[in-house]
Design a protein around this ligand. Structure first.
Ligand code: HEM
Length: 127
């Protein structure tokens, strides 16, 4: 197992289930739903491509869309610290529901937390 990439350790099927479950939560989250399209089919397809390469699998995202430039691609959206936390919370729930736990789950969650934090581009509005 020590020779597997994280992508191979998780497996394509589990990764695909994870992403679909994740976006079903995003769609129902009051902070996230408003900034996402109503139809998340294409978003989920791109996210599967992205996470595949992020985890050491084939470079599917880059082959179709070019360099991810993830932070730049998120600049059109107001990503506040609360939204980053909400994103991670949806992901954490989806990971549990997909059975992605243990060492590989901890590894993935940690990396996603760093990436989510990096996406923050807007301070919290004062209310
Ligand atoms: C696209 C929000 C974090 C990966 C998007 C889109 C939104 C969004 C609104 C556009 C959806 C669309 O039009 O299809 C957020 C928020 C985050 C976050 C609120 C909270 C921090 C992340 C993280 C990753 C990620 C941590 C990767 C691990 C992507 C990818 C796309 C995307 C790959 C598709 C880019 C493309 O259009 O090619 N995100 N995102 N996002 N996000 Fe995020």
């Amino acid at each position: 197992n020590q020779h597997l990439t994280p992508y191979e350790a998780i497996g394509e099927e589990t990764l695909s289930q994870l992403v679909d479950t994740f976006y079903s939560h995003v769609q129902n989250h009051p902070l996230l739903a408003p900034i996402f399209p109503d139809d998340l089919t294409e978003t989920a397809r791109k996210q599967k491509q992205f996470l595949t390469q992020y985890l050491g699998g084939p470079q599917l995202y880059t082959e179709e869309h070019g360099h991810p430039m993830l932070r730049a691609r998120h600049l059109p959206f107001e990503i506040t610290p609360s939204r980053a936390n909400a994103w991670i919370s949806c992901m954490q729930t989806a990971m549990k529901e997909t059975g992605l736990e243990g060492e590989i789950g901890d590894f993935l969650l940690h990396r996603l937390q760093l990436t989510a934090h990096h996406m923050v581009n807007t301070i919290e509005p004062e209310e």
